[in-house]
Design a protein around this ligand. Structure first.
Ligand SMILES: Nc1nc2c(ncn2[C@@H]2O[C@H](COP(=O)(O)OP(=O)(O)OP(=O)(O)O)[C@@H](O)[C@H]2O)c(=O)[nH]1
Ligand SMILES: [Mg+2]
Length: 331
């Protein structure tokens, strides 16, 4: 892969932005202040996403920041386990003809397991499905991927409810998602409406691969990639990196591997993921505050407390102004 492509993928993955950990922590503290100010003022049920975020972000940031947790997600048979094994260079996760094959998540850690154990405990991947790639022991040059925790997920469109639950749980935790689609099913409605579209605020930590590229006549590949790009744009995922892969050919994952090397080296994915989560929560809270002022006097103490906290959480004055405007209007 040329340095140019690596650079472009890297730029696309973080939208040219870096997340400053202190700024992120300050925004999370502001969400916490908002929740304190909103206690008893706004309906509890509407505050659940913000409470969940504060809890989850606190845990993720307290666990290893040297690791990047990346999930392979997609429909059954798209080739998630095959890509997992190809990246690990070992047959770690069974690939089968029976569908669906993978029922619970499998994990592979590059580098020493010690530092990643608590992180893996948090993801809930069972110890017997955890594997280690440690270059010092196996002699391969895997050092560029040190810090990667790769997860092979079950199928998200599964006939098995337990598979879908496992996928949804893990998609809420991981730092970056690689969506694996194949030439036959890349346009399926459920992939786009139930999943990809939901991730539009996480564009910076989203990567899409068209796997099984070898099954397409070479002349067809650009057309299918262009069609998939059009669908991704419609999902609100314009600009996300889109790569073609062939899991059954060692040369067919070169770009994907190089992209993961960049991602791991930058150590930004966890922060970008959480920043996207804060954006999502703040957008929901801004609507809520604008729609429902606290009981009693609208712009007195509690209201300005909420505004100040939300402004801090938003990290952008525009949201604070919009919220303040809504209060003034009601007053
Ligand atoms: N030709 C070709 N076959 C592939 C490729 N990737 C996967 N396959 C085959 O596609 C089938 C499904 O692959 P899996 O890796 O088990 O797919 P999966 O996404 O993990 O499926 P589930 O675990 O059921 O969700 C297997 O027979 C693989 O050998 C590829 O790039 N090219
Ligand atoms: Mg599988």
């Amino acid at each position: 892969m040329s340095p140019n492509i690596v650079g472009r993928v890297r730029e696309a993955l973080r939208g040219g932005q870096r997340v400053d950990p202190d700024a992120l922590i300050a925004r999370l503290a502001a969400v916490r202040r908002f929740l304190e100010a909103a206690d008893g003022q706004l309906p509890d049920t509407q505050l659940v996403p913000a409470h969940t975020l504060v809890e989850r972000a606190g845990t993720r940031l307290s666990l290893s920041r040297d690791h990047t947790v990346v999930a392979l997600a997609g429909a059954t048979g798209s080739g998630k386990s095959s890509l997992f094994n190809a990246l690990a260079r070992f047959e770690l996760s069974p690939v089968g003809v029976r569908r669906p094959t993978t029922g619970v998540a499998h994990a592979c850690v590059w580098g020493p397991l010690d530092g990643a154990t608590r992180l893996l405990d948090w993801t809930g991947v069972l110890p017997r499905h955890r594997f280690v790639r440690e270059s010092a022991l196996d002699g391969d040059d895997e050092s560029a991927l040190h810090g990667l925790v790769l997860l092979d997920l079950p199928d998200f469109d599964s006939v098995q409810r337990s598979h879908r639950l496992e996928v949804d749980r893990l998609l809420g935790l991981v730092d970056l998602v690689i969506w694996v689609v194949d030439p036959q099913k890349y346009a399926d409605r459920v992939v786009h409406s139930s999943y990809l579209r939901e991730f539009h605020r996480h564009r910076d930590v989203t990567l899409v691969v068209l796997n099984q590229a070898d099954r397409l006549p070479p002349a067809e590949l650009p057309r299918v990639l262009a069609d998939l790009r059009r669908l991704l744009d419609a999902d609100g995922l314009d600009g996300v990196p889109l790569l073609a892969t062939t899991a059954v050919d060692p040369g067919g994952i070169t770009e994907l591997r190089a992209t993961l090397e960049c991602t791991v080296a930058e150590r930004q994915a966890a922060l970008l993921r959480l920043a996207g989560d804060v954006d999502t929560v703040v957008a929901g809270l801004a609507e809520l505050v604008a729609a429902e002022p606290p009981a009693g006097v609208p712009d007195a103490g509690p209201a300005s407390g909420l505004n100040r906290a939300l402004a801090g959480a938003a990290g952008v004055p525009a949201v604070a102004e919009a919220v303040e405007g809504a209060y003034r209007h009601r007053a």
